[in-house]
Design a protein around this ligand. Structure first.
Ligand code: PMP
Length: 355
């Protein structure tokens, strides 16, 4: 009955997230989730939410969470916007700050949700090719007028980080464009641009609790920037949904920020596993891009990525394979716990030893 669809819906090509199969024993390395549970303080905080309070709407301003985030990141609460996962925050960013006359710029190989938001909101965009080394070259973003710039740092799915000096140069050379830095994976190695928000009113940093805080299921994300940028996001939010953050999400997110030791411990475990996995894959004949994220992007010199992904799947391990021509020889593999990493390497050893 698609004749009932509005014209915009007829034109959409929605984002397809990595699958969430419910097979027992499956090793799931396809959506960059954290292999470790959230801090035990999160479970305690969730259990402490009185069921009776769920009758009541949550705080529309998410004040307690903004307070915790502002203390931790050394900014003011009015420099923070919070939302239902960074995907929702990003949607608001596209709508509120990145839709202008001139095209929005982002890399040709990047988070594949960006072009989807552009379609939804009618934003003109231009994809800027990564260099042959699969890196963002900021020089490619400065010699034209644009309606804004967005990229993840580290980039996804390459995992490669951009230096803070390069980001600062971009902010200086494009003072009239919002530069949105999607730091979904920053806690695994990159240098955060967050301290630069005090100096550059055109910088917006977007973060998530889904990766380094092990809370993909709670749906919490936030943005940090000049109060005027935040006000634009609040205006969109208050024209869309007064209560994007529910009571459980607020309680869990605040508790997570209260357990720094656990955060550091799990973050380090993932970084260590990533380094070990990179070495093991290189020994098997893979080229691995230098990753600062909780995943690696790797290609084998003699085996097709689609074939390896299928072989892994037959043995109950799922990784992500993209059908984009520039990257269809790569596999994106999330860093699992040590047992999962071991199983992955053992299976790939088997799959790359057959002739
Ligand atoms: N940005 C990037 C680069 C991502 O890879 C993801 C995860 N798919 C997100 C944002 C969204 O994460 P979430 O909505 O879970 O916060």
């Amino acid at each position: 009955m698609s004749q009932f669809w509005s014209p915009i819906v007829q034109t959409l090509t929605p984002y397809v997230p990595g699958e969430q199969p419910k097979l027992p024993g499956l090793i799931k390395l396809n959506t960059n989730e954290n292999p470790y549970p959230p801090s035990p303080a999160v479970a305690t905080a969730l259990q402490a939410v009185p069921a009776d309070t769920l009758r009541l709407y949550p705080d529309p301003d998410s004040s307690a969470l903004k307070e915790a985030l502002s203390t931790y990141h050394d900014v003011q609460p009015n420099q923070i916007f919070v939302g239902n996962g960074s995907d929702e925050v990003l949607a608001f960013v596209f709508m509120a700050l990145l839709k202008h006359e001139a095209p929005l710029l982002f890399p040709d190989i990047t988070y594949s949700f960006y072009p989807v938001y552009c379609k939804l909101f009618g934003i003109d965009y231009q994809e800027v090719p990564l260099t042959p080394a699969m890196e963002i070259d900021t020089a490619d973003y400065v010699n034209q007028s644009c309606g804004g710039i967005i990229f993840p740092n580290p980039n996804a799915p390459t995992g490669i980080a951009l230096s803070l000096a390069k980001i600062e140069e971009l902010l200086i050379k494009q003072p009239n464009a919002v530069v949105a830095v999607d730091e979904a994976y920053i806690d695994f190695g990159g240098e955060s641009a967050l301290p630069l928000i005090h100096k550059y009113p055109n910088l917006l940093v977007i973060r998530t609790f889904s990766k380094s805080r092990s809370l993909a299921g709670l749906r919490v994300g936030f943005a940090v920037g000049h109060p005027k940028l935040i006000e634009a996001l609040e205006r969109v939010k208050n024209s869309f949904n007064s209560y994007p953050m529910d009571r459980m999400a607020l309680a869990g997110a605040v508790a997570s920020y209260g357990d720094e030791a656990y955060f550091q411990q799990t973050r380090k475990a993932i970084i260590d596993s990533r380094e070990q996995m990179t070495q093991a894959l290189e020994k098997l004949g893979f080229s691995v891009l230098p990753s600062s994220a909780n995943f690696i992007f790797a290609r084998h010199e003699s085996y097709a990525a689609s074939q390896l992904a299928a072989g892994l799947r037959e043995r109950a391990i799922i990784v992500r394979h993209f059908n984009h021509p520039r990257i269809n020889q790569y596999l994106r593999i999330s860093i699992g716990n040590p047992d999962e990493c071991k199983a992955l390497i053992q299976t790939l050893t088997l799959l790359t030893s057959k002739h």
